[in-house]
Ligand binder design. Structure first.
Ligand code: ACO
Length: 462
């Protein structure tokens, strides 16, 4: 198929640019307590070990459970990638069939949609609606609500954040020692493994399928249309597109959406994954954890950047306008949406895949083509100026919006689509972390005053 050929060509070229002798950093078992150099916002801090994903920012490579993202985009599909992330290995045919059947069953969320319908979804940002809807998915009691899930008094003391033994013992100015202690997960043995179990594979599957159903329903409700029933004959990607638009997608649209879902499924300890893990680490509920991931993803510095890119390309308008616009943006020290990354200082491998797919789709889309041309002109200018100097290259958000536009998806749904995919990584990482849980508790350094005298309100200066 044409899409697979485009992916193979783009990724072969990118792989040939990698240094085969480069030794991957940030790997190997951690011996706690670990010494690391930490910047503001926990930059550089090591919080846990993981087998789920690996990013090499210098080489522009990315793995899920040891498999190169390029191979997964070429040969796999989103359902299989979800299985891989959650269970740590690729499924056999029978394992895949059973997993797929569960995913399909979990697409039906009529109770949740009935609850959502009582809210002014058309006036809310879709990410706010999605977060709300995820909470509604937990409308039944989970074992967290049961008396059996209540911690014993000694465990309760350990879970009170202010009673936790000091984790952080600063030693020197730029280094800190983080001590970790294995803590038993407060999960009763009889908690069961159904969807109502707040930390079960069933709830992960419920959330992975559920977020696609909810995002599609939110998109329709915003347009004054009724949500659609899922089609069990369709793949996850095709059903998602169908439930949004009411039209069964072409094989090409299905494949492109599937690749987009694979590419966005996991990406290290990014802000939304971290947010989900922090909430889960308090032994809260996985539905509430994923809601926190959705909230973190909604910001323009994270998942919201793909919307910003489209607004930006429209603002620039024409290729001719690019040099003047870029000069002004540089003067104003503006950060250009869709460029730069905390980890990648070369081309984001996800942009490597998405760039030729966007080019392919715009060839048949007159409306989006002019925006794509502006995007290419801007990319050339940014890379020539900031690429080598500052390691600023297109990131995943630069081309994804153009692709979704070619499929007729409204701009405000771009970030929810990111969540439809990333829920796979969120759930996988939450489950992995809960296997060896330790409540997150970094510290801040107090820079305020000490010993201030309390003055009654009537005597205070204005
Ligand atoms: N455009 C222009 N210059 C940039 C950009 C950009 N997008 N990003 C970073 N820079 C410059 C900074 O101005 C800074 O320059 P200086 O050293 O002269 O001050 C230098 O590169 C380093 O910038 P930092 O802000 O320290 O880089 P950081 O790693 O903190 O930022 C981030 C990463 C937040 C993604 C940033 O590149 C950005 O804001 N990009 C635009 C928003 C975006 O596309 N976000 C999506 C990221 S991918 C994702 O979340 C899915």
């Amino acid at each position: 198929m044409e899409i697979t050929r485009l992916i193979s060509e783009a990724t072969a070229a990118a792989v040939s640019r990698r240094d085969p002798g480069a030794v991957p950093g940030w790997t190997g078992r951690v011996k706690w307590p670990v010494t690391c150099t930490v910047g503001p916002g926990l930059e550089g801090a090591i919080a846990c070990e993981t087998k789920i994903g690996y990013i090499d920012g210098a080489q522009g490579s990315m793995l899920y459970q040891g498999y190169d993202i390029y191979d997964l985009c070429t040969h796999s599909n989103f359902e299989e990638v979800c299985y891989l992330l959650l269970y740590g290995k690729l499924p056999t045919e029978s394992q895949m069939a059973a997993f797929d059947a569960k995913l399909k069953e979990a697409r039906y969320l009529s109770d949740t949609l009935r609850l959502l319908d009582n809210f002014p979804v058309e006036d809310m940002h879709p990410m706010a609606s999605l977060r709300l809807a995820t909470t509604f998915m937990r409308y039944r009691l989970t074992w967290r609500d049961s008396a059996a899930a209540r911690p014993r008094p000694d465990e309760a003391i350990a879970s009170d954040e202010d009673s936790i033994p000091m984790e952080t013992k600063p030693r020197g100015e730029s280094r800190a020692i983080y001590e970790f202690r294995r803590q038993r997960l407060l999960r009763p043995a009889n908690a069961g493994s159904t969807r109502d179990d707040a930390a079960s594979m069933e709830s992960c599957i419920h959330l992975i399928s559920g977020l696609a159903t909810l995002t599609a329903a939110i998109s329709r409700l915003r347009q004054g249309k009724m949500p659609l029933e899922p089609d069990p004959d369709l793949s996850h990607a095709a059903n998602f597109l169908y439930m949004m638009s009411g039209r069964r997608p072409t094989p090409e649209e299905e494949r492109v959406m599937d690749v987009c879902l694979i590419l966005h499924a996991d990406h290290g300890m990014n802000a939304s994954t971290f947010a989900a893990m922090v909430v889960a680490s308090t032994l809260s509920d996985i539905y509430l954890s994923i809601g926190s991931g959705i909230a973190a993803l909604s910001g323009p510095l994270h998942g919201g950047a793909n919307e910003e890119v489209l607004h930006l390309l429209r603002e620039i308008g024409t290729c001719k306008a690019v040099p003047a616009w870029f000069a002004k943006a540089t003067e104003e020290k503006r950060k250009i949406p869709g460029f730069g990354h905390r980890v990648y200082k070369t081309y984001d491998p996800r942009a490597v895949v998405l760039s030729p797919l966007a080019e392919h789709l715009v060839a048949r889309n007159k409306e989006v083509r002019p925006l794509f041309r502006v995007a290419r002109a801007l990319e050339k200018r940014v890379v020539a100026t900031l690429g080598k100097n500052k390691g600023i290259y297109p990131n995943v958000d630069y081309y994804s919006g153009l692709i979704y536009s070619c499929m007729g998806i409204p701009v405000e749904m771009f970030t929810p689509i990111f969540a439809v995919s990333r829920v796979a990584g969120w759930t996988a990482r939450v489950m992995e972390y809960l296997g060896n849980n330790r409540i997150f508790r970094p510290r801040s350094i107090y820079i305020g005053e000490h010993g201030k005298e309390f003055v009654p309100a009537k005597d205070r200066d204005a």
